[in-house]
Design a protein around this ligand. Structure first.
Ligand code: KG4
Ligand code: ZN
Length: 360
């Protein structure tokens, strides 16, 4: 990190997000006003493959990033000359896309002579509740997306303590894979949630992964296998069967997440005392059933509950710009020699979770 000598009081920061399958740019100022927030989703490019294809994603970012930035400036009514800094996701993520966003941000920073910030994508999700709801440090964060499933004590800017992570699949990945088993398209999370709305959450007995086990780690691969077995046992599943399985799956995930969060709240409160916020972030936070269950848990635990609006929960660049604002206002920036990081844990000192395949 490099020291920034004269940060503007209300800097205008351009954010760039290219770590997965959204090509996004946004402009946020120091007061938290979002002047433009443009997201180009590549879903149609990846849908035929049932998941994100890294090579296709990287090429699509290359095609779309420049027009997305041009549209962002136009919607904000600003030009490159109005920018005080440029922040881009520097990892973790699919490296081809991260390189496209990083090089674009560096080029703008170099041409304009303004600071460049390499943003950790997880930090951007983690700080979103401060952009949307001004949540004060410290708070307990449940980060649930297609690539990540973590419980993190957010103690301050740059101070993150991981309390739990997944030992196999991320929860969004579990939604996507289960939706695929149920014959739904990609991404599966939203489709599974709407199918579940017409289903009976009591009909099938599915395991509640990790419930009753100590600690805050997650596991979803057993649940996915149980769903596969139910589908095979049904033979030809009707629409009602599918809706019922979707509802039971969603209920099992909610039960598991609530149980792991309850353990995390106990650990968090032991360090920070009671009365802080429980925050959920990442694409899976769009799920209303999960948010309802987490909100009830927060109520019962004497915590406030914050779930940012859906458009700021799924991948976007406003969260990247905001993380840039926070770091810039703390006097930070990064050198243009920053190298994109496919893995970039928020808490490098976190103990490893028990089990194989632990994600950063
Ligand atoms: O944060 P995000 O946009 O990208 C990653 O960084 O992964 O999260 C995308 C994930 C996908 O797995 C998607 O299926 C899931 O979030 N998702 C949902 C819902 N909306 C999106 N999962 C469950 N219910 C939803 N309504
Ligand atoms: Zn994300």
């Amino acid at each position: 990190m490099e020291e920034q000598t004269t940060p503007s009081a209300t800097p205008f920061v351009l954010g760039i997000e290219t770590s997965c399958d959204e090509t996004a740019a946004a402009i946020v100022d120091g007061s938290g006003t979002i002047h433009a927030n443009v997201v180009f989703s590549q879903i149609e490019d990846h849908a035929p493959y049932g998941g994100v294809v890294p090579e296709i994603a990287a090429r699509a970012h290359l095609d779309h990033l420049q027009p997305v930035i041009a549209r962002t400036l136009e919607e904000a009514g600003l030009s490159f000359a109005d920018l005080d800094a440029v922040a881009a996701t520097g990892g973790p993520g699919l490296i081809g896309g991260v390189m496209v966003g990083t090089m674009t941000a560096k080029a703008i920073a170099m041409a304009r002579g303004i600071p460049y910030l390499a943003i950790n994508h997880l930090e951007a999700h983690a700080l979103t509740a401060r952009l949307t709801d001004r949540v004060a440090f410290p708070y307990l964060l449940l980060l649930v997306s297609g690539g990540h499933c973590q419980l993190i004590a957010v103690e301050g800017l740059g101070r993150y303590r991981r309390l739990g992570t997944t030992i196999d699949d991320a929860v969004g990945e579990a939604f996507d894979k289960t939706a695929k088993l149920l014959g739904m398209g990609y991404p599966g999370g939203p489709a599974l949630e709407s199918a579940a709305a017409n289903g009976d959450p009591q009909r099938f007995d599915l395991p509640r992964p990790m419930v009753g086990k100590p600690g805050c780690d997650f596991s979803f691969s057993g649940l996915k296998t149980a769903v596969r077995q139910k589908i095979e046992a049904l033979g030809k599943a009707t629409d009602q069967d599918i809706a019922d399985i979707a509802a039971c799956f969603q209920e099992a995930v909610a039960g598991s997440l609530v149980n792991r969060c309850r353990n995390a709240i106990a650990l968090f409160n032991a360090d920070h005392g009671t009365g802080h916020a429980l925050v959920v972030a990442g694409g899976v936070a769009a799920n209303q059933r999960l948010c309802g269950a987490l909100s009830d848990l927060a109520d019962a635990s004497g915590m406030s509950f914050t779930a940012p609006p859906i458009a700021l929960c799924t991948d976007n660049a406003a969260m990247v710009a905001w993380a840039g604002v926070e770091r810039l206002q703390a006097g930070e920036s990064d050198p243009l020699s920053f190298a994109p990081r496919p893995r970039w844990p928020l808490d490098p000192d976190a103990p490893k979770a028990a089990g194989a395949g632990v994600k950063a």
